[in-house]
Design a protein around this ligand. Sequence first.
Ligand code: SF4
Ligand code: FES
Length: 251
Amino acid sequence: MTPFTINNLPVEAEPGETVLQVARRYGIEIPTLCYHEAVTAYASCRLCIVAATEGGRTRIVTSCTYPAREGLEVHTDTEAVRALRRVLLELLLAEAPASEQLREYAAGLGVTTTRFPSEDPENKCILCGLCERVCSEHAHVGSISFAHRGPRRKMTTPFDEPPDQCKGCTACAYVCPTGAIDVRIGAGGMELEPWCARVEMVACAECGMRFAPAPEMEELAEKGKVEPAVMALCPICRRKAHARVLLTGKA
Ligand code: SF4
Ligand code: FES
């Protein structure tokens, strides 16, 4: 265990833990946008900055990537840290002015306006890279990645084409901190925007409702992770079938 302090509180880090991981374990709040415990940290939003003092020298570091070290003194909420976070939030608001989720998050941290101009009033993406990491590290698909540099940088699919490999797991939409990814389910199946992904859905054998992405279900079935009954019926009809068996003894 590695002893150090956060906001003057003595804490201990497990081997390999970052300052953010230790802070969360001790219930100390540090705002984050591009961090998710399930994927590799990428440190793009910089919102998790803290003041870290070591050997008499204080630096502003990103806590999601900064390793906990013995004797480190961390302060998560100094005036300097708060002022920098406010500027970072203003920059993010200017980058993704169409994101209501981001506006709400920033307002929660006391930032409701931005002094910076916006390039694209429709944009919701802050280029945090979470969707890419979840797609490659968890779904093992790699349907999305960064393209271009500088002001043209964007998150997109290979050649800006609909991605063939997308399984419709929707993990990218789940982790996106700004609500930039839309999942729509209609008669034609599932659509994920802005990836232009179209995924077939499994229809319930009883009521016909489309309830799960077909490629994902097929993969789970191949791996023996879902029963054929789960593949055939939507959750509502499955529950009804279960209740029928309980009450009548008949399937
Ligand atoms: S779409 Fe969402 S998750 Fe992906 S880079 Fe943009 S903000 Fe991050
Ligand atoms: S959460 Fe650490 S840089 Fe984004």
